[in-house]
Design a protein around this ligand. Sequence first.
Ligand code: GLN
Length: 486
Amino acid sequence: MNLYELTIQKAHQMIKNKEISSVELTRAVFDRIDKIDHQVGAYITLTQALAMKQADHADQMIAKGKISLLTGIPVAIKDLICTKGIHTTCGSKILKNFIPPYNASVINKLKRAGAIVVGKVNMDEFGMGSSTENSSLKLTRNPWALDRVPGGSSGGSAAAVSADMCLGALGSDTGGSIRQPASHCGVVGMKPTYGRVSRFGLVAFASSLDQIGPITKDVTDCAMVLNIISGYDHKDSTSVPKDVPDYTHFLKPGLNGCTIGIPKEYFEVNGLDPSVYESVTHAIKTIEGLGAKCIEVSLPHTAYAVAAYYIIAPCEASSNLARYDGVKYGARDKTQPSMIDMYRRTRSKGFGPEVQRRIILGTYSLSAGYYDAYYNKASQVRTLIMEDFNQAFEACDVILSPVAPTPAFKIGENIDDPLTMYLSDIYTLSANLAGIPGMSVPCGFSKDGLPIGLQILGKHFNEKMLLKVAYNFEQTTDFHKQKPAL
Ligand code: GLN
């Protein structure tokens, strides 16, 4: 077996037993990147010299018997999480040369746990998109089919994990951006409960929806990374002071006593691909066979989720992105004599078309005459969607569903049709609107060999239950062990 194919758990054991060194492992990962990333295009920035130095330091610590959960483990970081001294572009021309003077809290936590940062990975500009095609910097391809998208917006993270160009990665999820690319690339992804993981140093897209989470090769690795990044942070006023359990503790066989809810509305969605339907229903039967009780639940406001999200997220984005004006951050157009024209040119040159569309949409929806009709209405719908989940979770522990209506689509297929692109988020957006945790685990392949994911949703702060169900399912399948032919 090649070292870069190791899971975090296995690599951790081997490093601990001194069977391999972090330097060997990290070098193997960079060799792999050298060999295949010109085809996949996952990385925007590589930090090889720094990583090798960190790996060497990790080996010295290990020699002294000082080892944490991620000591010496090479990981990739979505390029909207601030890394001190390392470019953080958000996939945007406006931040192409931005080097943060500080680390996001999750980066400090990873570092304290000994992780090695391999580099920064591609994404839809500011997290806006479902295919990574909205990156202004480069194209990322799906490792399973190079003519297809990896999903988005954390497409670089999912592609890098799936093609073994890192052992695990961080992504961010505002409306599905961890779960959907994980599903399209055949890896595990989790969006934790809103407030579980600090957003300090995460470049804001829609602050009431954004959450950082792990993308990994299997469920155990997901639990390990979650252990490290979770917890209260006084620098993020929305992070919740709640104890972090050892999530690996819940990875035990047996689902007796667990009730799973199947939301009937999710299976009536127009455009649900038959291969997705089949894989997901088969996975549900498998989980039932493991001892879980299966019931039907209703999420009656599902049909309004896309509309509500695509008002709320652009509203928050229009406000968050006002800071990119050519004065405080990033690129500035210096050709204009007047201040107003400088703002105008900087922003129209610096932002791509999707970001501009959302800024306009959000600004319009928040304007004096329209606030009540759009933003307030969408917020009311958001409350109804939360209530749907509260009601459903009175009867069940987790909800199972598809992650996306179709497997990964072709590059270019939906890019000129924003509405179709938005509608593909139907299964994932609601979890962000409600703030609940959601996860994607590999559950099958389409006829063309494209990965399909199963979504598991749970109650606030019940990540442990998602992990337990995912782990039990994973133990009975080998979807997560299959690799793209690269
Ligand atoms: N696809 C959704 C959007 O474009 C979600 C993106 C995300 O989760 N960052 O907004």
